[in-house]
Design a protein around this ligand. Sequence first.
Ligand SMILES: *[C@@H]1O[C@H](CO)[C@@H](O)[C@H](O)[C@H]1NC(C)=O
Ligand SMILES: *[C@@H]1O[C@H](CO)[C@@H](O)[C@H](O)[C@H]1NC(C)=O
Ligand SMILES: *[C@@H]1O[C@H](CO)[C@@H](O)[C@H](O)[C@H]1NC(C)=O
Ligand SMILES: *[C@@H]1O[C@H](CO)[C@@H](O)[C@H](O)[C@H]1NC(C)=O
Length: 208
Amino acid sequence: MALIIFCVFIFVSHASALNVCPNCGSVEVPYPFSTDENCGDTRYKIYCNNNSVLEFPSAEGFLYKILSINPTSNKLIINPPTIMQTSSTCYSSDFPLGGLRLDERSPFNISSHNTVILLNCSNALLRSPLNCSSTSLCRRFEDNMEEGSACRGTLCCHYLKDSSMNSHFIRARNGGCSAYTSVVDMQPSDPVEKWNYGIELQWLPPNN
Ligand SMILES: *[C@@H]1O[C@H](CO)[C@@H](O)[C@H](O)[C@H]1NC(C)=O
Ligand SMILES: *[C@@H]1O[C@H](CO)[C@@H](O)[C@H](O)[C@H]1NC(C)=O
Ligand SMILES: *[C@@H]1O[C@H](CO)[C@@H](O)[C@H](O)[C@H]1NC(C)=O
Ligand SMILES: *[C@@H]1O[C@H](CO)[C@@H](O)[C@H](O)[C@H]1NC(C)=O
């Protein structure tokens, strides 16, 4: 009996390894990503929405548009949440959920290539090691990007998401900062409009 179960297990895990999901519109869905329960590895669940755009779910189920996937380096880049501008408020669209949170048991984490720009922060942030100075990169974002304009005149900060930091969270909350964006491989000398806006995630491959 045990042997039969074992053989079935081998068969299933082997079969799923070959089971790449169909394209999402014209976009390839590389293994191990799974757009439905019959393909890929379901621990790597993403969504193919009605407009043929791939979306990545946070632990709370907020969906972030996937900008690119690099299956060779096990990295993907998701779109930062939009900063809502209704009645000139400065809030990230994922603020009601506390920002971006990845399930700590999931194979994904936030890579150390992200420079996070925090906007409309409380003074509590001044006691942090973040760069909240008048020369912080967050000022350039607010001053030059329409999206950040409602955040001007409040405290803002930036930091590199390095390995000393929690790699499953980018927080947006009351008592912290109400909005954020992120830039992958920040080049401060580039014009603000050319920054590579995104949040880079990495994943642990299956069978590892
Ligand atoms: C996507 O399409 C399905 C089937 O046509 C429909 O039931 C669903 O409401 C649509 N979802 C959105 C968000 O438009
Ligand atoms: C900044 O955040 C605080 C809460 O921390 C909020 O009360 C305030 O409305 C926000 N400012 C803007 C411009 O959205
Ligand atoms: C803050 O960031 C700016 C821009 O990168 C840099 O010029 C400045 O030296 C930093 N300040 C601190 C205190 O790290
Ligand atoms: C993040 O994930 C990568 C690849 O799966 C892993 O090598 C790294 O140790 C993880 N980092 C943290 C802080 O969990």
